[in-house]
Design a protein around this ligand. Structure first.
Ligand code: URP
Ligand code: ZN
Ligand code: ZN
Length: 461
């Protein structure tokens, strides 16, 4: 039995149209004005926007290899439910191997974690945390297995590689037109700064951002882009957070480099005064890069408005305040890094971006869905409402309002960085490959997520 979504406004990155949408099985089969009911079940979606399912290209739903061996509060089951309930129908999770193990084993582990547990579709960026002939050989094998994007780190001692190794990995990835994203912070300088503050007995969360100032990020971004220029590889920068880093990107683009920039909601709506909260509250906001100044926040919004920033994903990496963040009570450098956010991104960007007039709804669709799909070889299967695409559709009600709250969130963590924030606009219902999986912020059909096999598909932009 097919479904006819009638009376809504379909939005893409390039415009909006009042058209009906027919879904049959997992796919969108017709998008046109005044479609006849035929034998379809009709859902009246008048007054709502129909948006392509949002894609979060930066989650750590399982495990944390960033600092220590602490597991994240969420896992694929809880994180994906929180995602899809609010409109995110696919995630690209960071699959991270242990030292000495193969990428193939890591892929098998992540498939085991996600398969049968996920309520949204999923794929992974494969992390390269060491470089040797067998990992080099596996780049091609990963791409043949549908994993077309990779992740590397310039910070975190247990994850980072050398510049030479980054260069060699880039050259290998380039052979297959894969996509590389890097965590850009100068790890040596971060270590120096942490050692300095700890030696001085400066141990509260206030010092976390001071160990990772904007220069530490900007230097790494500049170096990364210089290496990418030498390797002749278009690259992605994950969680870019400062004006100075964005300036480095602009310099690279003026050298005719292809660079993709991701930022995250935390850098757009929160700022570094939060590290000074009472009762160790600042620990809730310990993530890397850290929250930044209002000046940086403005520069990022400018970048979003003028197209310098390409995508917004979350870097969802949740740790409970009690029992996890509090392990760093006497030393900020022991606080596990990361914050939850996979649930709140659509409402935050609609509220702070669209309703303030900073960006159009079309731009929001580009930032949260269409341009992510294009960048990571998911398009046109995902990222667009058109005949032939997966029926991943968010029925977005612009009139709904809400308040973000730890007490009502679906993320399996004991706080949210956005507690008490008022939001406008909400996913009224969410379709995942043709099935209604969420309604009014609740999941009504869980564990329907599937692995998305990606093929490299160069997109003309
Ligand atoms: O603090 C963060 N962002 N934790 C997650 C790991 C990473 O750096 O992306
Ligand atoms: Zn990172
Ligand atoms: Zn991350």
């Amino acid at each position: 039995m097919s479904i006819l979504l009638k009376g809504g406004i379909v939005v893409s990155a390039h415009g909006r149209r009042q058209v009906d949408v027919r879904i049959d099985g997992e796919k969108i089969v017709e998008v046109s004005t005044n479609l006849k009911a035929e034998d379809s079940t009709i859902e009246d979606v008048s007054g709502c926007f129909l948006l392509p399912g949002f894609i979060d290209a930066h989650t750590h739903l399982e495990l944390n290899n960033g600092k220590g061996s602490m597991s994240t509060a969420d896992n694929f089951y809880t994180g994906s439910k929180a995602a899809v309930a609010k409109g995110t129908t696919a995630v690209i999770d960071m699959a991270t191997p242990s030292k000495g193990s193969s990428l193939k084993d890591c892929l098998a582990t992540w498939n085991q974690l996600a398969s049968g547990n996920s309520s949204c579709d999923y794929t992974y960026h494969m992390s390269i945390i060491e470089w040797n002939p067998s990992i080099k050989k596996e780049i091609k094998e990963m791409i043949e297995d549908g994993i077309t994007s990779f992740k590397m780190y310039m910070a975190y001692d247990n994850l980072r590689t050398t510049d030479a190794e980054i260069f060699e990995a880039m050259r290998e990835i380039r052979k297959y037109q894969g996509m590389l994203g890097i965590h850009c912070e100068n790890g040596d300088l971060v270590n120096e700064m942490i050692a300095k503050f700890v030696a001085e007995g400066k141990l509260s969360p206030h010092y976390h951002p001071l160990t990772r100032p904007d220069s530490v990020e900007a230097e790494a971004v500049e170096r990364y882009l210089m290496i990418a220029k030498l390797a002749d590889l278009p690259v992605n920068i994950v969680h870019l957070s400062t004006k100075r880093a964005l300036e480095a990107v602009k310099r690279a683009r003026s050298r005719k480099q292809k660079v993709y920039v991701e930022t995250c909601p935390q850098y757009l709506v929160l700022d570094d005064h939060l590290y000074d909260g009472p009762d160790f509250e600042g620990a809730k906001y310990v993530c890397s890069p850290p929250l930044r100044s209002i000046n940086d926040q403005h520069a990022l919004w400018d970048g979003i408005m003028d197209g310098q920033v390409n995508t917004i994903s979350t870097d969802h990496c949740s740790f409970n305040f009690e029992g996890q963040k509090t392990t760093g009570k006497d030393d900020f450098s022991k606080i596990p890094n990361g914050m939850p956010g996979v649930e709140t991104r659509p409402e935050l960007i609609y509220t702070y971006g669209v309703t303030t007039g900073k960006i159009s709804l079309e731009r929001m669709v580009a930032l949260l869905s269409e341009d992510i799909a294009k960048q990571f070889s998911l398009y046109p299967q995902k990222g667009i409402i058109q005949a032939g695409s997966d029926a991943d559709i968010v029925i977005w009600d612009p009139k709904k309002t809400g308040v973000i709250s730890a007490a009502t969130q679906l993320q399996n963590v004991d706080y949210t960085p956005y507690d008490g924030m008022q939001t406008r606009g909400q996913a009224k219902s969410v379709y995942l490959r043709g099935q209604k999986v969420a309604e009014s912020g609740r999941v009504i059909l869980e564990k329907q997520g599937k692995f998305v096999f990606r093929n490299i598909t160069p997109i003309d932009e």
